[in-house]
Write a protein that binds this ligand. Structure first.
Ligand code: FES
Ligand code: ZN
Ligand code: ZN
Length: 395
């Protein structure tokens, strides 16, 4: 069906038939903030719209173009407007909006069978925290929603940035009496990211990503967590998708999903419950919830193409609010049909235990252990830091 959203104007095509309620849900528009017209006539939420329907969605929250926006839940003065939702929220109701979006991700992530969820209240959850807005917002929201969730901070050894990040995570955990695992790469594995990158000649983000993924999985396995959660938001995921599409990286597209099941022993399911929320929403959530996150970005990401992809998408979003979510969610809706064949699961290579650390690998030694050996061979005094793999626990 052809749908015209008004003020700001946007036109989209949506597969039908669908009820009005399902259409609004699909477009992330709050029902009580709009009127829906089918062929020029008002229709209610239960009306089924045919495949060839001409639909108009008209906002009803008035007050004039220059009036201060009002909260969609209580009509009080709003603190955050979200053109994508054609709505705004006050400080008291913004957390409700964030929790609703997280709830929708947990209960209805695309591709999951009816009744299947990202995780349940019975699962033990481990959220990887960087000290930044997204991961701390996620931890805070899931604690507020009553989940059993602990945190994991991986110390990357990036000077003052890492020190401030760790401090923010420790303060967050201490304030909420929550449990935070801390793995310091230099202490546990003998290298920090800047030295590891210099020793191997590999890009810092590559060395960092492999190290973090390994530590996330290892801590989760060692401590019996069921699910690892990361704070990837809508902007992150849309930028990653654009990068994967621009280079047509089918394997990466096949693995880009908010739920990655564990495909063997010593692996843990990985999920991204913030994929429906923008960076502005998570940052605003932190502000209204009083979360003291680290605002600065990692100093080593300069030149990372991810920033340019985000900037390109922001330009498109400014001209056409909602296009970023449409791009990402449209991909996820088509994911199972069109990209499953590229997932390694089809012809999954057998997994072995790494002969150095016991974690899963397709060869005899895992990529993390091979990278670590390469680094330690090149780093002076590296041998002194070979001891111990048990992580410390903060609280
Ligand atoms: Fe990984 Fe900066 S956080 S390189
Ligand atoms: Zn309100
Ligand atoms: Zn290994």
């Amino acid at each position: 069906m052809h749908v015209r959203l008004r003020n700001p104007d946007r036109e989209v095509t949506v597969d039908g038939p669908l009820t009005v309620a399902d259409l609004l849900d699909h477009l992330d528009v709050l029902p009580h903030t709009v009127l829906v017209l089918h062929d020029g006539e008002l229709v209610t939420g239960d009306r089924e719209l045919p495949e060839d329907a001409e639909v108009e969605i008209r906002p009803v929250i008035s007050g004039g173009a220059n009036a201060a926006p009002r909260c969609a839940d209580c009509s009080g003065p709003a603190v955050l407007e979200e053109p994508r939702h054609r709505a705004a929220w006050c400080a008291a109701h913004l957390p409700d909006h964030v929790e609703r979006q997280i709830r929708k991700a947990i209960d209805h992530a695309p591709g999951m069978a009816q009744g299947e969820r990202m995780f349940s209240y019975a699962d033990r959850l481990l959220v990887t925290v960087s000290g930044g807005k997204d991961s701390l917002a996620l931890w805070d929201a899931l604690l507020a929603m009553g989940y059993r969730i602990d945190g994991l901070y991986v110390g990357l050894g990036i000077g003052g940035y890492s020190a401030r990040s760790q401090q923010a995570c420790e303060q967050f955990a201490a304030d909420r009496d929550a449990r935070l695992h801390v793995v310091d790469l230099a202490e546990e594995y003998g290298y920090a990211i800047p030295g590891g990158s210099a020793a191997t000649g590999r890009a810092t983000c590559g060395v960092c990503g492999l190290s973090k993924r390994y530590a996330f999985n290892k801590v989760a396995v060692d401590h019996g967590y069921d699910v690892v959660l990361t704070g990837h938001n809508l902007d992150d995921e849309a930028a990653i998708l654009l990068g994967n599409v621009l280079r047509w990286q089918d394997q990466f597209l096949a693995r880009q999903h908010p739920v990655l099941p564990a495909s063997g022993a010593n692996q843990v399911r990985k999920v991204k419950p913030l994929y429906r929320l923008s960076e502005r929403e998570t940052a605003a959530y932190c502000v209204v919830r009083g979360i003291d996150y680290v605002v600065e970005e990692c100093p080593l990401v300069a030149g990372n193409t991810g920033h340019e992809l985000k900037a390109a998408l922001d330009t498109l979003e400014a001209a056409s609010p909602g296009i970023k979510a449409q791009f990402l969610f449209g991909f996820l809706d088509r994911h199972a049909d069109r990209f499953a064949e590229y997932a390694s699961d089809g012809e999954a290579p057998a997994l072995n235990d790494c002969d150095a650390c016991g974690m899963p690998t397709t060869g005899s030694r895992c990529a993390f252990c091979r990278q670590r050996e390469l680094i330690l061979q090149s780093l002076p005094l590296a041998g002194a830091a070979m001891a111990g793999t048990a992580d410390s626990v903060y609280a």
